[in-house]
Design a protein around this ligand. Structure first.
Ligand code: NAD
Ligand code: GLY
Length: 362
């Protein structure tokens, strides 16, 4: 039995199914008799592509598979164009369905193609990484990278459903899995202190990918994201809380070169930084900042950088200023008030930002 979470967005509402060996697409009746194109990457397709295709075909869906290279470089205009051509060759029409079977890279790319091909066709997210299950497959952010930066072109475009089959996590490399845990910690910090406590208590079982615990935790993260997105789909305001730890995290990814850090690893360092800033300027309790650090450490995530990184501050500061969410170079942070509660739009000032960076370089 799967856990279902609803994303309440009026006529764009959809459900997320979370569980093991999910029996079928949640709303397969919407797909029967239509065409579908399953897009996956070169690592995921050999693992799950055929089973996914068989399942759809058994339900009367006319289905084909397309494979793109694994890796962030595929989230590009070139591969968008490739998928447009494949969709046209396959005769996909407005009633057809694109299926994104993969991690956040595939989800963002296919979501963007779905948003723009024929001015928008239906798509299903089938996330296969932990990060994609708890974050990127939910909420409708789709997009691709330019040589000038990540996610610079995109659209808000909601899937028709999300199917998070936890069995697929068993093949995920440990480093990728652990990276996804960072986003889970984030939900505890920004929204739900009891989730944070549960993670502290059951960190070992979560590291062991215990399916019962995973279902509970992934579902809770999806509930939180669904709630935030329902309040502010297009990130006019409160959705920004999802960026806790991401301001420095994104800058680290950029300055150190994409591929050096996995996203969750950079976010883990960014969350420790944000937690320390919160202690300095928002009255966040130092013991709670320590709890965040200790939990990330327990998961095997990085919580800082080496001492010789002090000198990289100007580059990081510049990268943070260039972030697409920055307004007139004023750095705004999401900071914690207490576990489970954050505030957006904090401007700690440059001296404080550098001082806390130096603390993170030990
Ligand atoms: P990814 O999609 O690149 O997957 C990571 C690696 O794991 C890839 O090599 C992939 O082939 C492999 N893989 C995936 N599932 C597997 C499985 N079940 N078994 C074995 N290997 C598997 O990376 P990701 O971390 O899932 O996503 C990162 C992307 O998500 C970035 O492009 C980022 O910008 C984007 N993102 C988007 C949002 C959003 O809201 N749209 C949020 C966060 C991140
Ligand atoms: N990953 C952040 C968001 O969806 O807003």
């Amino acid at each position: 039995m799967a856990t279902k979470v609803q994303v309440k967005l009026g006529e764009r509402a959809y459900s997320i199914a979370i569980g093991c060996a999910l029996p079928s697409l949640v709303s397969v009746e919407n797909a029967q008799g239509h065409r579908a194109m399953i897009v996956s990457d070169s690592t995921v397709d050999p693992l799950y592509g055929a089973a996914c295709q068989n399942r759809l075909e058994a339900r009367g869906v006319v289905c084909q598979r397309v494979i793109v290279p694994a890796g962030e470089a595929t989230k590009s205009l070139q591969w968008v164009e490739f998928l447009y051509s494949k969709a046209a060759e396959a005769g996909l029409d407005r009633s057809s369905i694109l299926v994104a079977l993969g991690g956040g890279m595939v989800g963002d790319l296919v979501g963007f193609v779905a948003a723009t091909y024929l001015r928008g066709i239906r798509f299903v997210q089938m996330p296969t990484t932990l990060l994609a299950m708890v974050d990127s497959s939910v909420g409708g952010k789709t997009g691709i990278n330019l040589s000038q930066g990540k996610n610079l072109v995109g659209a808000f475009y909601q899937p028709m459903e999300v199917e998070a089959d936890l069995d697929r996590l068993q093949t995920l490399p440990r480093r990728e899995y652990v990276s996804g845990l960072a986003e889970i910690v984030k939900y505890g910090v920004i929204w739900d202190a009891s989730l944070f406590h549960l993670l502290e208590k059951h960190a070992d079982e979560l590291l062991a990918r215990d399916p019962v615990l995973l279902e509970k935790v992934v579902a809770r993260c999806c509930e939180i994201k669904a709630e935030v997105v329902a309040i502010d789909e297009r990130e006019i305001g409160p959705r920004a809380i999802l960026n806790f730890g991401h301001t420095l995290g994104h800058a680290l990814e950029k300055v150190d070169g994409y591929g050096q850090w996995l996203h969750g690893e950079a976010v883990a360092i960014g969350m420790c930084y944000a937690a320390r800033l919160s202690v300095a300027v928002e009255g966040f309790a130092a013991e709670e900042a320590d709890r965040i650090r200790n939990l990330l450490l327990k998961f095997g995530l990085p919580v800082g950088v080496s001492g010789d990184r002090r000198a990289s501050w100007p580059l990081l500061r510049q990268a943070m200023g260039a972030d697409k969410k920055t307004v007139r170079n004023r750095l705004r942070f999401v900071l914690a008030k207490k576990l489970g509660s954050v505030v957006i739009g904090c401007e700690p000032g440059d001296d404080k930002l550098e001082e806390i960076w130096n603390v993170c370089c030990q």
